[in-house]
Write a protein that binds this ligand. Structure first.
Ligand SMILES: Nc1nc2c(c(=O)[nH]1)N[C@H]1C(S)=C(S)[C@@H](COP(=O)(O)OP(=O)(O)OC[C@H]3O[C@@H](n4cnc5c(N)ncnc54)[C@H](O)[C@@H]3O)O[C@H]1N2
Ligand code: MOO
Length: 404
């Protein structure tokens, strides 16, 4: 059985970045940038005021004091957006509002609250440094500078930055089309009548649909098929219509666990089946066609969702062009003792991580088994219990991975 590291590196090694498309910036949120975005101008494009106040010459006010206030004549007014030409001559000041261009001759802005008004004059009793309260042309960004790198996950801030450089149509990676096929004789979809007490509602369908959306994919729910070779084969015939194909159930040792055999017959080149992790040990991975990725996830609800988070999610991010696809592990202080009987597999325990002062703490769900989907409630991370570790004492440092 391979390790988690071997599994994830095999998956990522076979993950190809998808093609691109162009969208309007108001559709770009959550997508991945497929081009570098450069600045079309200097930012700010011209010297302008950071405050409402008076534009003055530093030379005039540099010796101002309580005892020897400087008196300047107010000769005009400039609002944001105005481009009238006013010159600040020696001994004069111009009323200026935030964002307005700095008039010729001025090199300092004094906020209103720092001066005393006397008719059409102002009194200044404190000196300011030259260029105070002035936002200089190009101080943030130079024309042609790289603003947002290809591979960046677009958040509202990046949308705004693109708008600020008039980037209306933007090249993004296409969302991977992800098929979700649920298998199991006992599985019933939401809304279906439960005829026997042994039937189970398909939570996996809806966890997976949601996870695919959260990972930037486009889910295509193919519904539930029975543990029937013909039904499964018929569904797998559509493999090539999708960039990624996910099944749940039927990958373990049961007499009706057909998925693992049928995928091979349907053209999937299986790269691994079974990983030394708990839960989700029987996870299966293979490739098909040009870039197709096949994931056979176990039926147990936690095994299914955890295998998605830790194995499928990084692959979907990489396929969608993201540069930050690897998940990040960090340290937290365990708040209570942890123990387990079998230390053969690496275990990912649903946990809650929080920050207090400058430290991260971790507390784990008492529900550790793979059929207990409610073990996710109130939790936000997986605590990693490595192979060979049976006990972890309270106050020890543990590795944690935040949920995507
Ligand atoms: N002899 C062995 N038996 C099992 C082993 C093993 O190594 N040797 N592995 C166990 C592990 S670990 C897992 S995980 C499961 C995975 O089995 P399958 O992937 O074949 O899943 P199923 O048997 O079809 O279902 C398992 C369990 O999950 C429930 N289920 C299935 N689909 C859904 C769904 N869509 N929504 C909610 N719940 C679902 C199903 O009713 C079963 O209870 O195998 C162990 N066995
Ligand atoms: O791996 Mo299974 O997922 O332990 O229950």
């Amino acid at each position: 059985m391979i390790s988690y590291e071997e599994a994830i590196s095999t998956v990522l090694e076979h993950t190809r970045v998808i093609d691109t498309e162009r969208v309007f910036i108001n559709q770009a949120l959550g997508r991945v940038l497929a081009e570098d975005v450069l600045s079309d101008t200097d930012k700010p494009p011209f010297d302008n005021s950071a405050m409402d106040g008076y534009a003055v010459r530093h030379e005039d006010i540099k010796l101002a004091s309580e005892e020897n206030p400087v008196k300047l004549k107010v000769v005009g007014e400039l609002s944001a957006g105005e481009d009238k030409s006013i010159v600040v001559e020696k001994g004069t000041a111009v009323v200026i509002f935030t964002g307005a261009p700095i008039p010729q001759g001025a090199d300092t802005v004094i906020p209103f609250e720092m001066v005393q008004k006397e008719g059409d004059h102002i009194l200044i009793k404190h000196p300011l440094k030259a260029w105070s309260n002035i936002r200089k042309k190009g101080e943030e960004v130079k024309q042609g500078e790289l603003l947002i790198k290809k591979g960046t996950h677009i958040r509202p801030y990046e949308v705004g930055i693109m708008a600020s450089v008039n980037k209306v149509l933007v090249s993004v990676y296409r969302k991977p089309k992800v098929a979700i096929l649920v298998t199991g004789d006992e599985i019933k979809d939401v809304g279906e009548i439960i005829e026997k007490p042994t039937q189970i509602r398909s939570s996996n369908s809806y966890v997976l649909i949601s996870q695919v959306i959260r990972s930037g994919g486009e889910p295509h729910y193919l519904g539930i098929v029975k543990d029937d070779q013909e039904e499964i084969t018929r569904a797998l015939a559509h493999l090539k219509d999708y960039d990624v194909f996910i099944t749940t159930g039927g990958v373990s040792m049961g007499g009706k666990d057909y998925v693992q055999y049928l995928v091979r017959e349907c053209g999937v080149d299986v790269k691994f089946h079974k990983v030394r992790i708990k839960p989700a040990k029987p996870v299966l991975f293979g490739t098909y066609g040009e870039r197709g990725l096949f994931f056979g996830l176990p039926g147990n609800p936690v095994s299914c969702s955890m295998a998605f988070d830790l194995i499928v999610h990084p692959a979907l991010l990489k396929m969608s062009g993201r540069s930050d696809y690897a998940h990040k592990t960090f340290k937290a202080i365990l708040k209570e003792d942890f123990s387990r009987k079998d230390a053969e597999r690496r275990e990912f325990v649903r946990s809650y991580v929080w920050f207090e002062e400058d430290k991260a703490y971790c507390s784990y769900s008492p529900k550790t088994q793979s059929h207990m989907l409610t073990s996710y409630i109130d939790m936000n991370a997986y605590m990693v219990v490595y192979e060979g570790i049976k006990e972890i004492k309270k106050d020890s440092l543990v590795d944690v991975i935040l949920f995507p």
